[in-house]
Design a binder for this molecule. Structure first.
Ligand SMILES: Cc1cc2nc3c(=O)[nH]c(=O)nc-3n(C[C@H](O)[C@H](O)[C@H](O)COP(=O)(O)OP(=O)(O)OC[C@H]3O[C@@H](n4cnc5c(N)ncnc54)[C@H](O)[C@@H]3O)c2cc1C
Length: 478
């Protein structure tokens, strides 16, 4: 007799698929594998499912972004709308509590989906014993071995830091702690001008914190089209953000309630910033701690990623890896696509992922969203293109909602007019980018979109207008 997950079996269970990690990559892989008729188990070291995204990433950050945006509007724009409020104040405890409720609803939802799809959930640290065996060590130290024909590594990522920065997680913090602060910082110094820093900086900036951003590169959100970084900087400046671009942080001194950040500019001069919180948001590192990948012979690259081929298969044929722990952008929907992909590969299907068409979104206000090539990439590749732009200032819908910052930029092939890249900064672009993804997936030309009716008044008209601008410069409303 064998005991697995509290149940006695006459014969040892051989799972078709064991997934290690229950983030958006792992839980989607498990669901798809189960849908395809495979006996599936998922291993998660924490007590809740959903990984970084649901517990300390996408979902809680968006909950706080929404709450803080409501407050900001109540404090700054309601009056213009003719709504007067008195004694407006933030109840941070309530705000964080609501965020926790949202997280709970989502992680409970994943638990339900596991049950619905008859996926065995094993809570504990998963570590390889050999290429077919995973040891699950629970919090109380007890362990059990489970066996699988195929194993999917979906262990995700953790925040990175710089070697000389000591994260005390109280004053010198990562995104995880920034989602649970007990007070609104007076002065939050954000190290790193990427997506996470700008989102969480916005949360506290909207509620009155002074936010200073120190970024090594010459623009914010540096992996996106340069226009987006410039426009975002303009909008965040209006919110009171201060920027120190092309500055390299050289020292972080933690004096308890005060933290001092020293950074060097391009001329070698040192600036000194004093704040009460420092958010270190310089990126994330792939996470394989405790996985014991060596026991299965799985190769890890010098960058700490699990090495995979184009089928997301590791060097060990029955072991796959997906999501943040492998190469590529660290995004939840990329991990999800890979989860589905691998389950289908294991089932003998021939799935496909078009990595160029994985959209990227920054949930600041205005939101930034993009898909396809940036203008800089097209130049580098020597692809001839034409660009069409349309500012939200010229959109009736945006004027009605007082959200006139930003623009839509469409890049289309100079000869064929095929859309090669779409970059948006403005209201609700996070949702609007889906149209651009569909268009590019079906290889639409700018004129195709320009000739389609877009409901009036909507923000989406800005995409149509930018397509018109890219097609012989014939935007109608500017
Ligand atoms: C603040 C923040 C905001 C974000 N916002 C967005 C956003 O808006 N949109 C977006 O697309 N992306 C966002 N991301 C990124 C997104 O969270 C990740 O890309 C996504 O979670 C990656 O999914 P994953 O399945 O690869 O790994 P993860 O979500 O990191 O999940 C990995 C899981 O594996 C578990 N695990 C690790 N090792 C073991 C082991 N040995 N045994 C058992 N379990 C193990 C971990 O506990 C974890 O639960 C955000 C990230 C952060 C930090």
């Amino acid at each position: 007799m064998y005991i697995v997950h509290g149940t006695w079996y006459k014969e040892k269970i051989m799972y078709d698929v064991i997934v290690i990690g229950s983030g958006p990559g792992g839980y989607v892989a498990a669901i798809r594998a189960a849908q395809l008729g495979m006996k599936t188990a998922i291993v998660e070291k924490y007590s809740t499912l959903g990984g970084t995204c649901l517990n300390v990433g996408c979902i809680p950050s968006k909950a706080l972004l929404d709450s803080s945006e409501h407050y900001h509007n109540a404090a700054h724009t309601f009056k213009t709308h003719g709504i007067n409020l008195s004694s407006l104040k933030v109840d941070l405890k309530q705000m964080i509590g609501r965020k926790d409720d949202v997280v709970k609803q989502n992680v409970d939802g994943i638990q339900y989906l596991m049950k619905k799809n008859k996926i065995d959930v094993h809570h504990g640290l998963g570590s390889f014993v050999d290429k077919n065996t995973v040891k699950v060590t629970k919090e109380d130290g007890s362990s059990e071995n489970i066996e699988g024909k195929n194993i999917i590594i979906a262990t995700g990522s953790k925040p990175s830091t710089l070697p000389f920065i000591k994260l005390d997680k109280k004053r010198v913090i990562t995104s995880t702690e920034a989602l649970n602060l007990k007070e609104i910082p007076k002065h939050m110094i954000v190290i790193g001008g990427g997506v996470i820093g700008m989102e969480l900086g916005s949360v506290y900036g909207r509620m009155g914190a002074k936010v200073s951003v120190v970024e090594y590169m010459d623009s914010l959100i540096p992996t996106m089209d340069k226009t987006m970084g410039k426009e975002l900087q303009k909008s965040l400046k209006k919110l009171g953000f201060e920027f120190y671009l092309k500055h390299k942080v050289v020292e972080v001194e933690n004096k308890g309630k005060e933290v001092i950040v020293k950074a060097e500019n391009a001329k070698g001069e040192t600036i000194e910033l004093k704040g009460d919180y420092v958010l270190v948001s310089i990126g994330r590192r792939p996470y394989t701690d405790g996985l014991n990948a060596e026991a299965a012979g799985v190769k890890i690259t010098d960058r700490g990623q699990v090495e995979v081929d184009e089928h997301l298969r590791t060097n060990v044929p029955n072991i796959y890896a997906i999501g943040d722990v492998v190469k590529g952008v660290m995004l939840a929907h990329k991990a999800e696509e890979e989860g589905t992909f691998v389950a289908e590969v294991i089932a003998g299907q021939k799935p496909h992922i078009n990595y160029l068409l994985i959209p990227g979104v920054v949930y600041t206000w205005p939101e930034v969203a993009a898909v396809g090539y940036t203008e800089e990439q097209l130049k580098e590749k020597g692809i001839k293109y034409k660009a069409g732009k349309f500012p939200f200032m010229a959109s009736g819908r945006a004027r009605a909602s007082m959200d006139t910052d930003g623009l839509v930029k469409v890049l289309a092939d100079a000869e064929t007019d095929e859309i090669l890249g779409v970059h948006m900064i403005g209201p609700r672009t996070a949702d609007m980018i889906a149209e651009a993804v569909v268009a590019m997936e079906f290889r639409a030309s700018a004129e195709d979109i320009a000739r389609m009716s877009h409901a009036h008044p909507t923000y989406t008209e800005a995409f149509k207008e930018a397509c018109l601008a890219a097609t012989d410069n014939r935007a109608l409303h500017i």
